[in-house]
Write a protein that binds this ligand. Structure first.
Ligand code: C2O
Length: 585
């Protein structure tokens, strides 16, 4: 289990009030039981590293030379200070996916939204406090497609002395699903944006960076989870893949899902989970009571609803029981190997049933504070479209056009300076327009026969909200260029998923079946293919907050927008001033 070896840890895992001086492993200080929140310091040196998978060696952008990147660990209430220094030629930003960033939007990370990127040779200190959150989140680059290799777990432990609302697991293991491309992913997306066609798909999926034995030239790069019988393991699942929702299962074992996007849920059992890019989930794995004289594969492969080409391969890791007999006669090689059966690639009914099982814990200690009263209702369409090809050219998108994607037919145009800075300094003119529509301008049968005109509009439009507005947002998939499931991610907030369905949303009938009692609370939700999802959230966090499809190709095509939440009246309802080292564009 190479990914776990502490020997290779180049990151500072330094805890305490004194700060660190260099990138060396500093060790863990013992903290008194009743210690208050502390500040934890990390150093992220962005540098190139040669990595070989599937017999292809390439130079990838990494944090501290590690792939996947280092774990960041904090307790609820702690402050994190992560100094990111860019030693590569690409511009870099890092996003702390799922962290609410209360009043600290400057540390959120999306390029040209909350900050200008960190340029070569420059540093930026991401400085934020983890408030009211505990569970598994993750960090990733938030510029172009660099998150292909720049990602890692962000683990928030409960406050000292606060137990999980389930039996304490014997061990905790992050499982990050990713995508491996033999080619350079920056070249793939820049070429695709030029030609207008769909980008090349990945060559493999990975578990903790390893593709596993089902690919050519890959058996030695297999993630192995060695377990003891009769124990409970907490798997901290993260889908860091660029473009694919994934099914995941472990042969002959039942999984108990206990949390989604770092919020506890009512536990339920399942053989298979579905996890979209951006989502995280804690699941319990109970190992067999007796040594099973078998080994078991854990596998993941995509759930696909779109019409384009995709990587239909399967990543596998191995669940191996430690033999109770020392120098056992059994070599694991000789043991039978069981393989899980995953749902069909397009199994939308599995997706629907799975998402219906996700319910908030809604206990006294962990209540579901879903807004019952709604101040503002919004209806956005999400989906693909086209833009025209440059003159005298044929592009490789539909009918010689270029692929595009949009929210309410507005394909987001990335500005050349950061939205949050433009807002804070009162210089938004020419950067963004504060007039994102509350519903699309053109109404049509969103999930019926697509309209003849598939051309999207363009703009950098923000939806402006007063502080503490309670929001209901319905996101409606469109069938323009084919219905497709879109994992929508909202920065700065968790939201409650109060309803979902297929076809066109009916504003009279559908709200009657909304769940306002125990809806799941999360930061990324799959808009069902050819359907809609309704979410609610309280806009209690001033700042500019990005919302986008977490399929990176759709983000690149413009399926993104931003919310601007204004300051409240009280001093503690205002965005904090920008840090002095905030990068300049
Ligand atoms: Cu995980 Cu805006 O992203």
């Amino acid at each position: 289990m190479r990914w776990w070896s502490a020997g290779s840890a180049a990151t500072v895992v330094m805890v305490g009030r004194k700060c660190c001086s260099d990138g060396a492993f500093m060790g863990l200080f013992l903290i008194p039981q009743h210690a208050l929140a502390i500040t934890r310091h990390y150093e992220f040196n962005i540098k190139m590293q040669n990595v070989t998978r599937l017999c292809h060696t390439k130079s990838i952008v990494t944090v501290n030379g590690q792939f996947p990147g280092p774990r960041v660990v904090a307790r609820e209430g702690d402050r994190l200070q992560i100094k990111v220094t860019n030693h590569v030629s690409n511009n870099i930003t890092i996003h702390w996916h799922g962290i609410r960033q209360l009043r600290t939007g400057w540390a959120d990370g999306p390029a040209y939204v909350t900050q200008c990127p960190i340029q070569t040779g420059q540093s930026y200190l991401y400085n934020f406090t983890v408030v009211g959150q505990r569970g598994t989140l993750w960090w990733h680059a938030h510029i172009s497609w660099l998150r292909a290799t720049l990602y890692g777990p962000l683990i928030i432990l409960p406050k000292k002395g606060v137990p999980y609302p389930f039996a304490k697991p014997y061990k905790e293991v992050p499982i990050i699903l990713g995508e491996w491309f033999n080619a350079d992913t920056e070249a793939i997306i820049s070429q695709a944006l030029q030609t207008g066609g769909g980008p090349n798909v990945s060559d493999a999926y990975t578990i903790n960076g390893l593709p596993g034995p089902l690919y050519n030239c890959s058996a030695k790069d297999t993630f192995k989870l060695r377990v003891k019988p009769g124990k409970t393991y907490l798997l901290r699942m993260i889908n860091a893949a660029l473009n694919d929702e994934l099914f995941f299962s472990i042969a002959n074992h039942t999984l108990t899902v206990v949390d989604a996007d770092a919020i506890y849920i009512k536990p339920f059992e399942t053989d298979t989970i579905l996890i979209t890019p951006g989502q995280t989930s804690n699941i319990l794995l109970k190992t067999k009571l007796n040594y099973p004289t078998a080994t078991f594969l854990m596998t993941a492969r995509p759930y696909v609803t779109g019409q384009g080409t995709f990587d239909n391969s399967t990543v596998a890791g191995i669940l191996e029981y430690e033999s109770p007999v020392l120098h056992s006669v059994f070599s694991t090689k000789k043991l039978p190997l069981y393989k899980p059966i995953l749902p069909p690639l397009n199994d939308t009914s599995f997706a629907t049933n799975f998402s219906k099982k996700l319910r908030s814990l809604a206990s006294t200690q962990y209540p579901a504070n879903v807004p019952h009263r709604v101040d503002k209702k919004f209806f956005f369409t999400v989906g693909l479209g086209t833009t025209s090809c440059d003159q005298n050219q044929t592009c490789q998108g539909p009918n010689g056009t270029k692929f595009a994607a949009s929210v309410s037919n507005i394909s987001y145009v990335q500005p050349t300076t950061a939205l949050l800075q433009a807002h804070y300094t009162g210089q938004s003119g020419g950067v963004y327009d504060p007039d994102f529509p509350i519903s699309p301008f053109d109404w049509f049968n969103y999930t019926g026969n697509p309209p003849n005109n598939t051309v999207v509009g363009n703009g950098t439009k923000l939806m402006v909200l007063k502080f503490n507005t309670s929001v209901e947002l319905v996101m409606q998939d469109t069938s323009i260029l084919g219905a497709e499931s879109h994992p929508l991610h909202l920065h700065g907030f968790n939201f409650f998923v109060v309803g979902q369905g297929f076809g066109n949303y009916d504003p009279i009938k559908d709200p009657k079946s909304f769940n306002l009692v125990d809806p799941v609370e999360r930061n990324t939700v799959g808009v069902p293919s050819g359907g809609w999802v309704a979410i609610r959230f309280l806009a209690d966090n001033p700042g500019v907050w990005f919302m986008h499809c977490h399929l990176e190709v759709h983000t690149s095509w413009g399926l993104k927008m931003a919310w601007l939440v204004l300051d409240g009246k009280l001093p503690n309802q205002k965005l904090l001033p920008p840090p002095s080292d905030l990068p300049k564009c």
